[in-house]
Design a protein around this ligand. Structure first.
Ligand code: NAD
Ligand code: MG
Length: 388
């Protein structure tokens, strides 16, 4: 069997580590061609020793050190700040798994689709920013985009072999986040440690904060619109605390299909890597009798204004989703660094969004200008607001 060469951007993170576990189950199918990470060099070095990639990417300050540590192993060390696009375009690469957090994924994502690769994005920020352009480029260049985000993977799976013309809407499920049962009056005093303690999924820090505010679900609404060509009114968020149904699609005849499974990211990661095949994952199946019930609720938009804001932004479109994303990246980072309180994350993002005049764009540069403006505006607002 011809092995598929895989490049994992962000291999030291939560998704990256899970992806390598999946890859290690199928040594006869995958060859790890490249691994990159911005942090956790020790993890990256161990991964390099184990999977023998041709390329390893690290942040610019660490290239020399990592080069010395990998000396004689035939691994080329590149700069993950400037050379991710070079890696994504390499002729030998078959699959690009994008497991980087935030805006940094945008350029390598675009390059991967322009190079006609199979692209498995876990990253949603780039899709929120310019998902329509990414999908257009993918179609023009023969790239296949298979989402890893569990909700989008569920929708993708439910749509297999279906005529999109008959799709009416999608139901995006949300576990409800870490604060579902916490009184809103207590939100203001919530510490970083408390927010990072998510009940259902173990994830990176940024997405865990976004899950607590439900901004993550708002991003996923926009992500679904871009991946599947939907209008905002065709995506409905449903809170489903058991997180067993990962999302559903409804067709025009009223028939609904759902994808179910245990909450383990290795399932959607494996699906994306082995698509269109399905292989034994070694993971537990579902025990419906033990589950007993699957419940559903409306999201509380008053308690979670970030979701309400993102839904508004989804309806407006243009450069506004990129502004939402940029402001959120800055605000979440400031919260994680202890500069602002939890509830100020929403305040900052809402103010930046309110200050922006959305325009329809046709180029990546226009979106990047809006992104840059939003970051600067968010920093200004944080400086004014910090710890008031
Ligand atoms: P993480 O923080 O655990 O890992 C991020 C990875 O990206 C690390 O390897 C880090 O070194 C690298 N990285 C960070 N900033 C970078 C930069 N500027 N340039 C290059 N590399 C950089 O995050 P994660 O939880 O694995 O999430 C990754 C992406 O997948 C996010 O966009 C997230 O929204 C999405 N996602 C994650 C999960 C999950 O279960 N963790 C589920 C769905 C979607
Ligand atoms: Mg998700």
């Amino acid at each position: 069997m011809h092995k598929r060469n895989i490049l994992i951007l962000g291999s030291t993170g939560s998704i990256g580590v899970n992806a390598l576990e999946v890859v290690s189950r199928f040594p006869e199918r995958f060859e790890v061609l490249g691994l990159t990470g911005f942090d956790r060099d020790d993890v990256l070095l161990k991964q390099a020793e184990r999977f023998h990639p041709k390329f390893v990417g690290v942040s610019s300050g660490k290239v020399k050190d990592v080069e010395a540590r990998l000396f004689g192993k035939g691994i080329k060390v590149v700069n993950a700040e400037t050379e991710l696009e070079f890696l994504a375009a390499l002729a030998d690469v078959d699959i690009v798994l994008i497991a980087i957090t935030g805006r940094a994924a945008l350029e390598p994502f675009l390059t991967a689709v322009r190079s006609g690769k199979t692209v498995a994005p876990a990253n949603k920020e780039a899709l929120v920013m310019i998902g329509d352009l990414i999908m257009e480029e993918a179609a023009q260049n023969g790239a296949t985009v298979i989402p890893v985000d569990s909700e989008q993977s569920a929708i993708f799976q439910c749509l297999q072999g279906k005529d999109r013309d008959f799709l009416k809407k999608v139901f995006l499920t949300a576990s409800g986040g870490a604060l579902k049962d916490v009184d809103v009056e207590r939100f203001d005093g919530l510490s970083v440690a408390r927010i990072l303690d998510h009940p259902r999924w173990k994830m990176g820090r940024k997405i865990t904060v976004d899950s607590a505010t439900l901004m993550n679900k708002g991003f996923e609404v926009i992500e679904a619109m871009r991946l599947f060509g939907l209008r905002a009114d065709q995506v409905e968020v449903v809170v489903h605390p058991q997180a067993i149904i990962h999302s559903m699609v409804e067709f025009c005849d009223g028939s609904v299909l759902a994808q179910l499974g245990i909450t383990d990211m290795r399932i959607p990661i494996q699906f994306a890597l082995t698509y269109p095949q399905r292989l034994e994952s070694g993971l537990k199946g579902l025990n419906f009798v033990e589950l007993k019930e699957l419940t559903f609720e409306k999201p509380d938009l008053k308690k979670f204004p970030s979701l309400a804001l993102a839904l508004d932004v989804a309806r407006t479109g243009g450069t506004l989703p990129a502004v939402l994303n940029a402001a959120d990246e800055v605000a979440v980072e400031s919260f994680l660094n202890g500069r602002i309180r939890f509830t100020q994350v929403y305040d900052v993002v809402a103010e930046v969004v309110a200050d922006h005049r959305s325009v329809l764009y046709s180029t990546v540069e226009e979106v990047l200008r809006a992104d840059q403006w939003a970051r600067e505006r968010a920093v200004e607002i944080i400086e004014q607001q910090a710890k008031v």
